[in-house]
Write a protein that binds this ligand. Structure first.
Ligand code: SF4
Length: 549
């Protein structure tokens, strides 16, 4: 159980800003009592089992991953980490945002800022005024540092996570083989395009070849159908577009109609519910993520086509992050009537690689198989949605809104970088008047800035594509770590992800067919119930320990 969460920490560490570079010297202002911006970016919805090292001279914090040390953020600061610390029965340490580990910082009157040098091996040296270097020792955060502030992962969530692993999939497949035919489950795997791109990069293949070979491999294990969540993302994009236009039109009577905030990232949703609760929830789009739309399609439409009840299908998704496991486990996606979830099991891209290794299979040696489609009218080749590796929500909604609200056809979209590459904005103007102002905010540093602006009534945006991971989903914590982990490699994954032909959701015939025949029209009650969800504020425990220092 905790091993999975431990890996999840990989995703968390990726949320931290990029390493400033080993060997560089950084200025540290002694005595500053702010919160470390790096730690503020710690993924709040993702527990991290860490060795958190705080240097004994109290000037530097470094968190070290036991499993994936390569993801350790190279940052230094004189300020205190913010994290939540929770004990577990296995003795691991789970760390979250907002806890504080107070550390002592020596002030030296009249002295210039201290300097810290980070070596290539990750060790820290304090550079004194005369240029002398002193290696900094580490102090560890222990369970005694837990402030019992709540908001961290609950034991119930931990249990749910254990139900979602590649071992669990193997168990179901083995059970299927041993069961009588009428007791066997139909096993469906839905693969995300981000995961496919990551696997393709790892196996040095194209995405189509990867998809075909992966289909063969999964079927050799006993999986019956392998689908692509690009198909379900069409619904997420279309519903988001229409929801935005509805909100825009009612902005005068509903002051929380805008900005509409994206809903496809469960890391962000988890943070929003736990940290900003009822303040932020009204702004979040109610449209389900592609994973959960796929869940509704497989356990709804596809089950009907197969003359099965939803509980007779075991639905697995392959996703770029661990947060998707928590998303699949939300009570909102549990079918009470059939006592089954829309998505029974989520495995990460990395877990697919483990499966391949476990079976002693190299994907490149597998014969390619034909791709499955849910509808005969669906395209049998791969497609993608333009607008970035997180789904292209901003671009699709922007184009649609420009046309629908102002009759403007948008050709190229020009992004204006703001504080960093993960915070950019796009503006539609006519005769100097701003008609639409959209932004993308990736990573928790940018998300926190956005929320603060919203709270102060200073956010100028109509829509924000919010994603928890810096660089978005292609950089998710469940993706395969490539050798070196350089920017070039991420760009290679991006190129692979973008390589299939771009598709426009409005023009997808299979999607239109499902809206018409299965959902009973775009605005039907069934369409709303199937494609939308709701969020719930998570109350913080009101204890005397719930203090922000
Ligand atoms: Fe998962 Fe994408 Fe959100 Fe990262 S940005 S937590 S990969 S959904």
């Amino acid at each position: 159980m905790l091993c999975q969460r431990d890996e999840q920490r990989g995703g968390a560490a990726r949320l931290l800003p990029e390493a400033p570079g080993a060997g560089k010297v950084q200025n540290i202002a002694p005595g500053v009592q702010n919160v470390d911006p790096g730690m503020q970016n710690t993924h709040p919805g993702v527990c991290k089992i860490l060795t958190l090292d705080v240097f004994a001279d109290s000037t530097v914090l470094r968190e070290r991953s036991r499993i994936r040390p390569e993801l350790v953020p190279d940052r230094s600061t004189s300020v205190q980490p913010t994290s939540r610390v929770l004990s577990s029965s296995l003795g691991a340490l789970l760390l979250f945002q907002e806890c504080i580990k107070p550390v002592k910082v020596e002030k030296q009157a009249g002295k210039a800022a201290a300097k810290i040098r980070i070596e290539a091996d990750g060790s820290y040296f304090q550079i004194d005024q005369d240029g002398g270097a002193q290696k900094l020792e580490k102090a560890k955060i222990t369970l005694n540092d837990c402030l019992a502030c709540s908001g961290c992962i609950t034991s119930a969530e931990s249990v749910l996570i254990t139900q979602q692993s590649h071992e669990e999939l193997c168990k179901v497949l083995a059970g299927n083989k041993a069961a009588a035919p009428n007791e066997q489950k139909l096993v469906v795997v839905s693969v995300s395009p981000q995961s496919r791109a990551s696997l393709a990069a790892k196996c040095k293949m194209g995405v189509l070849e990867t998809a075909k070979k992966l289909t063969t491999f999964l079927k050799s294990l006993g999986v019956h159908y392998v689908f692509d969540t690009t198909f379900s993302r069409n619904f997420s994009l279309l519903e988001s577009q229409r929801e935005f236009v509805r909100r825009f039109r009612r902005q005068t009577e509903d002051r929380k109609a805008l900005p509409m905030l994206a809903s496809a990232c469960p890391g962000w949703i988890c943070y929003a519910e736990k940290t900003h609760g009822s303040f932020i929830i009204p702004y979040i789009s109610t449209t389900k993520s592609p994973q959960q739309v796929m869940g509704s399609l497989v356990k709804g439409y596809f089950a009907e086509q197969q003359h099965l009840t939803p509980d007779q299908i075991y639905h697995v998704t392959v996703m770029p992050c661990y947060d998707k496991k928590l998303e699949a486990s939300r009570p909102d996606f549990f079918n009470q009537q059939y006592q089954t979830r829309d998505v029974d099991c989520v495995i990460t891209t990395g877990e697919v690689l483990k499966l391949l290794e476990q079976e002693g299979v190299s994907l490149s040696d597998v014969d390619p198989g034909p791709l499955d489609t849910m509808l005969s009218s669906a395209a049998e080749e791969l497609s993608t949605h333009p607008g970035g590796g997180s789904g292209g929500y901003l671009e699709h909604i922007y184009r649609h809104a420009a046309k629908e609200l102002f009759g403007i056809h948008v050709d190229a979209i020009e992004y204006k970088p703001l504080k960093n590459k993960d915070f950019q904005e796009v503006t539609l103007q006519r005769d100097g008047e701003v008609l639409l102002q959209f932004a993308l905010a990736y990573g928790f540093r940018n998300i926190q800035n956005l929320v603060q602006k919203l709270k102060r009534g200073k956010s100028p945006y109509h829509y924000v594509e919010v994603m928890a991971c810096p660089s978005g989903c292609l950089n998710g914590g469940g993706q395969i770590k490539l050798e070196g982990g350089s920017k070039d490699e991420l760009q290679h994954v991006e190129r692979l992800y973008e390589s299939p032909k771009a598709e426009i959701p409005e023009e997808n015939q299979a999607v239109a067919e499902l809206y018409e025949h299965w959902l009973g029209g775009r605005d039907s009650e069934k369409a709303v119930g199937t494609l939308h969800t709701e969020y719930h504020p998570v109350e913080k425990a009101n204890t005397s320990f719930n203090i922000k220092w």
